[in-house]
Design a protein around this ligand. Sequence first.
Ligand code: 5AD
Ligand code: SF4
Length: 361
Amino acid sequence: MIEQLLNKKDLSREDIIYVLNSTEEESGYLFKYSARKKEQHVGNNVYLRGLVEFSNICAKNCFYCGIRQANKKVKRYNITDKEILTAARYAYENNYGSLVLQSGELQSESFTTRIENLLKEIKRLSNNQLGITLSCGEQTEEVYKKWFEAGAHRYLLRIEASNPELYQKLHPLDDLHRFEKRLESLYLLKKCGYQTGTGVMIGLPFQSVEHLADDLLFMKNLDIDMCGMGPYIEHADTPLYQYRDQLLPLSERFVLTMKMVALLRIMMPDINIASTTALQAIDESGRTKMIQVGANVLMPNITPGQYKNDYALYENKPGIDKDIEDFKDYLEIQMKSAGNQIKYSEWGDSIHYKLKRKQPK
Ligand code: 5AD
Ligand code: SF4
């Protein structure tokens, strides 16, 4: 049954729901199928992006997030430009190929200018060799344009949940947290020329398998170039924690995430899919398993050591206190054992994006 279904040209909503509900035996087939799709379309390759979580200061109050503005228990930090540039140099010299600059969401002129200057400086210090992804939330078109011109060429902005009603249950009802604004930002990013990435959390309270099927169709309809999605993991100092008894067990959130990645690889075979850290919080080899079923991007955290513990979006966030040098060897071994090859010093741009640009509209 699942074999015939996966061979169809386009998966319908019902097909996707069937696959998300599939048995262990059936999902074994799914994972083999998606692994084959990956090999055919993007190769058994893994691209690295050194992740710098440069500030945990955020103006927003998403109900699920540990670093939400109202959480007074968080020690706020904002690493210096010098530290960011040192991390960028590290990524460049260690052949990561690309860098991701991530922070909480702030909208101000000084923030805009700071990022703009950093982008130019990173381009300069790496002789234009380092690719740069930004993940700094919703901004105006003018800001997105400025940053694009300064050297950022990819942008990650998760829709978090593509169903407006579900989105509303996860966010305060105010102007800072409007679903329409988030969607609009994704369109602006595409318009400005970014390789645009989005994603959702999996296993949220109030979320059904139907919502997840619609999330996948949303990404397909939006024609995204990249995706990062991972399991929702509860955090004690957040409003959503009160619903923890309604959540799926972590092991089920894990399997659902794997199925989502496998399905997305089948539905959008030539996009970039990140193997996200949240999966690692559930299973130590989660990241490698995700690579095996379809992901092709890894984002090792290279944020200067003393700050890593303060970027706690969720509990048990991994990669903390791991020595970066040991970690590089560890990754190399893990990826080899998964039949994949790390492509050092390459941007690893989304093939989907490149093909789209070549085709006349
Ligand atoms: N569990 C999992 N992921 C989370 N994020 C925020 N809070 C959580 C959580 N509790 C994710 C969001 C955000 C990204 C930076 O981290 O999807 O976009
Ligand atoms: Fe801020 Fe992002 Fe956390 Fe929302 S998810 S509170 S925007 S850091």
